[in-house]
Design a protein around this ligand. Structure first.
Ligand SMILES: *[C@@H]1O[C@H](CO)[C@@H](O)[C@H](O)[C@H]1NC(C)=O
Ligand SMILES: *[C@@H]1O[C@H](CO)[C@@H](O)[C@H](O)[C@H]1NC(C)=O
Ligand SMILES: *[C@@H]1O[C@H](CO)[C@@H](O)[C@H](O)[C@H]1NC(C)=O
Ligand SMILES: *[C@@H]1O[C@H](CO)[C@@H](O)[C@H](O)[C@H]1NC(C)=O
Ligand SMILES: *[C@@H]1O[C@H](CO)[C@@H](O)[C@H](O)[C@H]1NC(C)=O
Ligand SMILES: *[C@@H]1O[C@H](CO)[C@@H](O)[C@H](O)[C@H]1NC(C)=O
Ligand SMILES: *[C@@H]1O[C@H](CO)[C@@H](O)[C@H](O)[C@H]1NC(C)=O
Ligand SMILES: *[C@@H]1O[C@H](CO)[C@@H](O)[C@H](O)[C@H]1NC(C)=O
Ligand SMILES: *[C@@H]1O[C@H](CO)[C@@H](O)[C@H](O)[C@H]1NC(C)=O
Ligand SMILES: *[C@@H]1O[C@H](CO)[C@@H](O)[C@H](O)[C@H]1NC(C)=O
Length: 586
């Protein structure tokens, strides 16, 4: 136990006696809650008075995070069909971990994807913070951050311990009142480290600290982003920042450095981590920016070099943050010039452009495009296909201000637009893959809470119509043939999660920030009839069937190699999203 962490634990204990950390937002609630516009208004350029459709899309994304909340809900909670839930989470280890967010369509809570999601949302608010003010989302940003960051604060409040998951794989399908108890709880510690989760959690807390301190990220080499000023709370910023430092200390000093599923067995079924080097850079960079501590800049650059970044092929997602790192390091080099002789803006700008050039010029390894126009990463896009495409699109929007020439900026912006348009209706099925925005929106997200059903064996049919509209939910997405069946049991296609929605938070904030110069979201004026293909046989999508057929052919031709391939694809270490294995069989 280090002196610093002992001191820290003591001060936390003292703090909690003096001032319990409130889960309530500090920004004053609006006099009337912000409510999503009905999907039937999806062709109106403005809704609910003067609200633009980008503002509506944006507000819906934050509404989704309210719908995913656990623990005690505020009295005037706008998601009226949600109730208090899992109030005893954390009790077995002496902590209140009832808050936070359910990860996806089921009732499990995970820190690794959550910290990525909070980091991505905070990053957006540090570049385009004005959008949160304009669209009247400051209150919802604040309550989302406090509920998520507060949960991470509680999960890291015991010295040298970090709770990383609550709930085990289960086939529970039902509302928020009958969640099976007891719920298992899983942790990592200084003795059994999870380098990735220590550093990833630090990144979220530090990025949050920057918002509450009112410190923007550089938008470009010469200009800062904007921070939503209503959230300013320097005392809270200090708490977040100090905890980020403690977690970065664990990430850099706890031996052996390793991925968290090597330390705990409760997470590999859903969110196994590929490596920890990317989180080390992310955590060190944001903690450096939040603390202005020069030695953390060195830590970040050491980790960047150690991880051999940039890696120029691959997805950006909750697991692999690699493609984001060069642009973040470029911003760090602008914000803290001279902190380390290697904090060289031009170098990181070049690194960033290499990845994005490969992305937009169609030469990235493993990347192809569906005939309908969706970017498709082999071995990743099979599950939640929209997620890597939207994460990359957001990266393009953010990086267009950091390029060496305008031709590059334009090509990045055009590529981003193509993926955003696809997701919002410009695809062969005329389907809007965000729930509740338009009559053509997907309507059967795999959400145990929103569906209103409680029979896993009748998951698709009981009830026939989703009981509640899960506004803002970005579903997994179509298959490689651009087909989307809109059935609840197909989790790869229909399951929304905290991380499938977070890129759309940043994307819609970007367009709100552009104001009237932004084109309408693609779905406005989309009057073509939506096509909902029928599944050719129960429980499997066309893509899955095609996969099996191809698998059989390959197996016949190359049995040994194909078997090895299947086994490695199924390995929990494959680093892919693996959620809800049981529910998908429902
Ligand atoms: C949207 O358009 C429809 C049809 O034109 C109209 O009935 C409805 O009132 C509009 N909604 C809003 C909020 O303007
Ligand atoms: C953190 O724990 C405190 C009690 O120590 C509790 O009051 C608070 O609601 C918890 N915060 C969150 C976000 O769960
Ligand atoms: C919340 O509680 C009400 C009343 O018991 C119930 O009808 C509803 O289904 C619950 N909501 C969820 C999401 O389980
Ligand atoms: C950007 O913000 C930082 C921190 O608030 C400040 O120190 C810096 O001077 C600003 N830079 C510009 C170009 O405005
Ligand atoms: C999760 O629960 C299942 C039974 O539902 C059990 O077999 C398994 O060992 C549990 N996993 C862990 C990590 O405890
Ligand atoms: C900066 O961070 C380093 C390493 O984390 C730490 O040893 C040092 O005390 C910090 N400096 C300040 C001024 O906080
Ligand atoms: C910064 O990086 C660029 C490109 O890698 C290089 O040409 C330049 O010499 C570097 N500048 C310094 C001061 O190291
Ligand atoms: C695509 O971009 C990469 C990275 O900048 C470059 O090396 C490659 O030559 C480009 N390919 C084409 C076909 O433009
Ligand atoms: C950032 O990019 C946007 C979109 O291309 C542009 O409108 C804006 O002027 C740029 N800002 C800076 C500071 O480069
Ligand atoms: C600007 O970027 C484009 C696209 O990558 C490239 O073809 C061109 O050579 C660049 N121009 C300059 C002056 O670097």
């Amino acid at each position: 136990m280090s002196l610093r962490s002992t001191y820290f634990a003591a001060s936390v204990a003292l703090l909690s006696l003096l001032a319990p950390i409130s889960t309530l937002a500090q920004v004053a609630a609006p006099s009337a809650a912000w409510e999503p516009a009905p999907a039937s208004d999806g062709n109106n350029a403005t809704v609910a008075g003067s609200r633009s459709q980008w503002e509506n899309t944006f507000g819906d994304t934050l509404w989704f995070y309210d719908a995913q909340r656990s623990g005690v809900l505020p009295d005037d909670f706008r998601v009226t069909w949600r109730n208090d839930s899992v109030l005893t989470d954390g009790e077995s280890v002496g902590l209140d971990l009832s808050g936070g967010f359910f990860d996806a369509g089921n009732m499990v809570k995970f820190i690794h994807p959550l910290s990525w999601v909070l980091t991505q949302i905070a990053h957006s608010a540090l570049l385009h913070g004005d959008a949160y003010t304009t669209a009247e989302q400051e209150y919802y940003l604040d309550s989302t951050l406090r509920n998520g960051l507060g949960w991470i604060m509680n999960a890291s409040s015991q010295t040298d311990e970090l709770y990383v998951a609550i709930g085990n794989e289960s086939s529970y399908w039902g509302g928020d009142q009958g969640i099976p108890q007891p719920r298992q709880i899983f942790s990592v510690s200084r003795q059994k480290p999870g380098t990735d989760v220590f550093a990833g959690s630090a990144a979220a807390l530090a990025a949050g600290a920057m918002i509450y301190a009112g410190t923007p990220l550089p938008l470009s080499q010469t200009q800062n982003g904007t921070v939503p000023t209503g959230l300013l709370d320097t005392a809270y910023a200090t708490e977040l920042r100090e905890r980020a430092v403690v977690l970065m200390d664990l990430a850099t000093t706890a031996e052996p450095q390793q991925v968290y599923q090597d330390a705990t067995d409760g997470v590999a079924w859903a969110y196994p981590s590929t490596n920890y080097e990317d989180e080390l850079v992310l955590g060190a960079a944001f903690t450096a920016l939040a603390t202005r501590n020069i030695s953390l800049v060195t830590t970040a650059i050491d980790a960047y070099d150690f991880g051999s970044f940039p890696t120029n092929n691959g997805v950006l997602n909750w697991d692999t943050k690699d493609p984001l790192l060069p642009s973040l390091m470029a911003r760090l080099s602008v914000a803290m010039p001279g902190a380390d002789s290697r904090a060289n803006f031009t170098k990181f700008q070049t690194d960033s452009e290499v990845y994005l050039d490969l992305l937009v010029n169609g030469t990235m390894q493993g990347l192809s495009t569906t005939s309908g126009g969706l970017a498709w990463w082999k071995d990743y896009s099979e599950d939640s296909s929209l997620n890597p495409a939207l994460n990359a699109a957001l990266l393009c929007l953010w990086t267009a201000n950091l390029t060496s020439n305008d031709t590059k900026s334009t090509s990045y912006l055009n590529w981003a637009q193509s993926q955003i348009d696809y997701s919002l209706g410009h695809n062969p099925l005329n389907t809007v893959y965000q729930v509740g925005l338009h009559p053509n929106s997907a309507y059967n997200p795999q959400s145990s809470l929103a569906s209103g059903g409680d029979d896993i064996d009748q998951i698709d049919t009981d009830p026939p119509v989703e009981r509640w509209v899960l506004y803002g939910a970005v579903v997994g997405g179509p298959d490689k043939d651009d087909q989307y069946y809109d059935v609840r049991s197909d989790w790869q296609q229909s399951e929304p999660a905290l991380d499938t929605v977070s890129p759309m938070v940043g994307i819609s904030a970007y367009f709100v920030n552009q104001g009237s110069s932004a084109a309408e979201p693609y779905y406005v004026g989309l009057t073509a009839k939506r096509i909902v293909p029928k599944m050719s046989s129960g429980g499997l999508s066309g893509g899955a069937i095609a996969g099996i057929v191809i698998g059989v052919i390959i197996a016949l031709a190359l049995l040994g190699a194909a078997l090895w391939f299947c086994l490695s694809r199924r390995s929990p270490l494959a680093g892919r999203r693996r959620r809800n294995r049981k529910i998908m069989q429902g």
